[in-house]
Design a protein around this ligand. Structure first.
Ligand code: ADP
Ligand code: MG
Length: 249
C-alpha cells in the first residue's frame, strides 16, 4: 500500500519559478492574479497547490507548464528557461516532457479510450508498435484495460478522468500537471484518481504538481503549498494519515 512505498522524492529542483507576475486586464480593470510568486518543486514528489477559488491556482499551473506565459519573472523547467523558448520549442517541450490532466477531462468525443491515449504518442513520432504498447500499458495501469475500446460517452466520470491520466502517463513525462482532477468526481472516484496520482509519483519518479482544494489530497502529497490571493501563504510537509490517526487530540 502507498504508505509503506519508498518515496522517490529527491532534493533536486526540477521546476523553479521566480518572481512570477500575471495581470489580467478586463476593460479598464486590471487585476494582478499572481504577485511575484517564487517557488521550487522537487523531482519525484507529489506537490499540492491548494487555496480558495479564484486565488490563482490554475493560472499558476498554466504558467508553470508552459500553457500560458507570465508578464514578468522566470520559469525554469528541467533546465529550460520557458520564457526563452520559441512558441514551437515550447510546444515541443510540452509534448515531450509534460502531461496535463484537466478538471473537465478534455477527451475527444469520437475517439475510443485507446485512441485518446495513442494520439499524443503518435504526435511524439513514436513507432506504431511502441505507441500501441505504451497506450495499452497505461490504460491497464489505471485499471481500464477491459474498457479501452469504449467511447467517452460509454464511460463514467471517474473512468474518463482515468483515461485522461493514462493519456498523460503514456507520454512518460518528467512533469505531470493536474488541475482539480477530482473536483468533477464523487468521493469514491476521486479517491481512485488520488491513489493513481500518488502511485505515479512513487513508482515512476514523476514530478506531479496538482492543484486542488480537495482536502483528501493533502495526506497524499509530499508537500502542500497553500495559496491565497495570488501569493503562497504556507509551504509544509503534511502529516501522513497514519500519524494523524494515532496522534492524541
Ligand atoms: P483558481 O484556479 O484558484 O480558481 P484562476 O487562476 O482560475 O483561480 O483565476 C484567478 C483569477 O484570475 C480569477 O479572478 C479569474 O477570474 C481571473 N482570470 C483567470 N483567467 C483569466 C483570463 N483569461 N482573463 C481574465 N481574468 C482571468
Ligand atoms: Mg482553477
Amino acid at each position: 500500500m502507498s504508505l509503506s512505498a519508498p518515496t522517490t522524492a529527491t532534493n533536486t529542483v526540477t521546476l523553479h519559478a521566480r518572481s512570477v507576475r500575471k495581470t489580467f486586464v478586463s476593460g479598464r480593470i486590471e487585476s494582478t492574479v499572481l504577485h511575484d510568486l517564487t517557488l521550487d518543486v522537487q523531482a519525484g514528489a507529489l506537490t499540492l497547490i491548494s487555496g480558495p477559488s479564484g486565488c490563482g491556482k490554475s493560472t499558476l499551473l498554466a504558467i508553470l507548464s508552459g500553457l500560458q506565459s507570465a508578464d514578468s519573472g522566470q520559469v525554469h523547467a528541467l533546465g529550460h528557461d520557458l520564457s526563452g523558448l520559441s512558441a514551437r520549442a515550447l510546444e515541443s517541450f510540452r509534448l515531450q516532457h509534460t502531461g496535463f490532466v484537466f478538471q473537465g477531462f478534455n477527451l475527444f468525443p469520437a475517439l475510443t479510450a485507446l485512441e485518446q491515449v495513442e494520439l499524443p504518442l503518435s504526435y511524439m513520432g513514436l513507432a506504431k508498435d511502441v505507441v500501441r504498447k505504451r497506450a495499452v500499458d497505461s490504460l491497464e495501469e489505471v485499471g481500464l484495460g477491459p474498457r479501452m475500446r469504449l467511447l467517452p460517452s460509454e464511460l463514467s466520470g471517474g473512468e474518463k478522468q482515468r483515461v485522461a491520466i493514462a493519456r498523460a502517463l503514456a507520454k512518460e513525462p518528467e512533469l505531470l500537471f493536474a488541475d482539480e482532477p477530482t473536483s468533477a468526481l464523487d468521493a469514491a472516484n476521486g479517491q481512485i484518481v488520488i491513489d493513481i496520482l500518488h502511485r505515479i509519483a512513487r513508482t515512476h519518479g514523476t514530478t506531479v504538481l496538482c492543484v486542488s482544494h480537495d482536502p483528501r489530497l493533502v495526506h497524499h502529497a509530499d508537500r502542500v503549498l497553500a495559496m491565497e490571493d495570488g501569493r503562497i501563504l504556507s509551504d509544509h510537509v503534511p502529516p501522513s494519515p497514519l500519524a494523524t490517526a494515532t496522534e492524541p487530540r
